[in-house]
Design a protein around this ligand. Structure first.
Ligand SMILES: *Cc1c(COP(=O)(O)O)cnc(C)c1O
Length: 467
């Protein structure tokens, strides 16, 4: 009898060898792989009765799907905020699948792999120069990190009002103040029953800024008359990478009662650069912080961390505990991620991050971050000098936000972006900033070099000339 799974067991060495070779072939060509695909793909809804085994499945994947895969981890994919994967991170990711731990317990449950996660959180706090009075954990992305942090903030708000929202459900209007929130933070408000339309927009500072106007924030805090609220601030906005004034917010926190969350999904990595860490000065006073790992840390999807002040641990457990499952133990008894974040069962998410941190250290990340900033400056300088383009904002860190020069060219912008992306050699994403159509190029990939920027600028000029 030809039992595919037994057959695969016998062929495991050959299978893994083949995948290794294919992976290496892909990665060694990544700079030439298109960043965009328009190949057609038809999907099936029929699962055959008999399986074909992993080798034949691989052949089918290679025939149908592999050609449509684009070089998102290559050096010239600058859309959204897209990181790559360092060699060490790939090693950690492979081993995560091999060991396949269910990573939540740190004691008493057999599988104690989550202790590696505790260590990785400490390493990250050290990388960012954050104090050790934060507890943290891994979730799938900054969206879930924002959700986790804001969920604890919601529980805190309830406590201030004498309520336990986790148990009783949310009641009343909960004030949220923010200036330029990421869409995922607003989505989190929706998930948390706080209402995605019920936040109050604080003014931004004058002069082409996206950062909170501190005077306006203080006025809005004062107007709450002592009612506790949530302040949602930005450590790197998506369009122009603007940072709120964290020192000023920390001072306000001494006089007003609010939960302070910082979304520093990628901007948190400014802490790795001595020349830029001042942008984050004061962030250590926040109640909670979001940082993505699948962006600038350059580990594979899905990886992000939250940091929440240790003093809020009880609120966090109240929010995420498995309170009606006695077999999982007392949530306050010993530390388990199961009672600390949204997921229960989950893979050993920390391992790729642990590998890359240990492999490259603080110096490796300082260089990676500073190289990206340097490349953004190079691209920004080109845009500023080119007759075809203009900057929509100064290059503050790793992102260039620009548009076609001249009001009349606004209508050509969509065509420009799609023609540029159709070259398959560089990828950027459209945006709207201050009512203008623009383009963003976000540089967070460790593979990008000066020559990649030069290649992209030549393509940009050529594409603009043909409009
Ligand atoms: C990318 C990003 C998010 C959402 O992150 P995901 O990893 O896509 O969930 C949230 N906030 C900011 C500032 C981001 O850049």
């Amino acid at each position: 009898m030809n039992d595919p799974i037994q057959q695969d067991l016998l062929q495991f060495p050959e299978l893994l060898e083949k995948v290794k070779e294919q992976g290496l072939a892909y990665l060694s060509q990544i700079a030439d792989r298109p960043t965009h695909s328009s190949l057609p793909l038809s999907l099936t809804d029929h699962l055959p009765e008999e399986g074909v085994g992993a080798l034949a499945a691989l052949a089918q994947f290679n025939l149908r799907f592999e050609p449509t895969i684009v070089a998102t981890t290559g050096p010239r994919y600058w859309g959204f905020v897209t990181g790559g994967s360092t060699p060490a991170a790939v090693v950690g990711d492979w081993l995560t699948s091999i060991y396949d731990q269910n990573s939540f317990a740190t004691q008493g449950q057999g599988d104690l792999s989550a202790r590696l996660e505790l260590e990785t959180i400490q390493l990250l706090l050290d990388l960012f120069g954050l104090p050790k009075d934060f507890l943290g954990g891994f979730v799938t992305g900054a969206t879930m990190s924002n959700f986790t942090c804001l969920a604890v903030g919601r529980q805190w708000l309830g406590k201030q009002l004498g309520k336990d929202f986790a148990k009783e459900g949310v009641t009343g209007q909960l004030p949220v103040l923010t200036a330029t929130p990421h869409s995922s933070a607003i989505k989190s408000l929706s998930l948390l029953g706080m209402g995605s339309s019920r936040y109050t927009r604080v003014n931004v500072m004058p002069g082409n800024r996206e950062a909170i106007d501190i005077t306006d924030l203080e006025q809005k805090l004062a107007a709450l008359n002592g009612q506790p609220c949530l302040v949602l601030s930005s450590g790197g906005t998506v369009n122009t990478v603007d940072f709120d004034d964290f020192r000023a917010i920390a001072q306000l926190k001494q006089r007003y009662d609010f939960w302070w969350h910082i979304d520093a999904a990628f901007g948190g990595f400014a802490a790795c650069s001595p020349a830029h860490k001042h942008l984050l000065a004061g962030w250590e006073e926040a109640d909670s912080i979001t940082v993505d790992c699948h962006k600038w840390l350059n580990v594979p999807y899905e990886s992000a961390v939250f940091f929440v002040k240790e003093k809020h641990r009880l609120l966090q457990v109240e929010t995420f505990q498995n309170s009606n499952a006695p077999y999982l133990g007392d949530p306050l008894d010993n530390f388990s991620y199961m009672n600390f974040l949204p997921e229960n069962s989950r893979r050993l998410k920390a391992l790729p991050a642990w590998f890359t941190l240990v492999a490259y250290g603080k110096a490796g990340y300082r260089k990676m971050v500073e190289d990206c900033i340097q490349h953004a400056r190079q691209l920004g300088a080109f845009v500023a000098e080119s007759p075809y383009f203009e900057l929509l904002a100064p290059v503050r860190l790793n992102t260039v936000c620009f548009t076609l020069a001249g009001e009349a060219n606004q209508e050509k912008l969509t065509a420009f972006v799609s023609r540029l992306n159709d070259t398959g050699k560089v990828f950027m994403t459209p945006t709207v900033y201050n009512g203008k159509k623009g383009i963003r190029a976000a540089l967070v990939n460790w593979r990008t070099r000066t020559t990649d920027i030069t290649l992209a600028t030549e393509l940009m000029t050529a594409t603009a000339e043909q409009l």
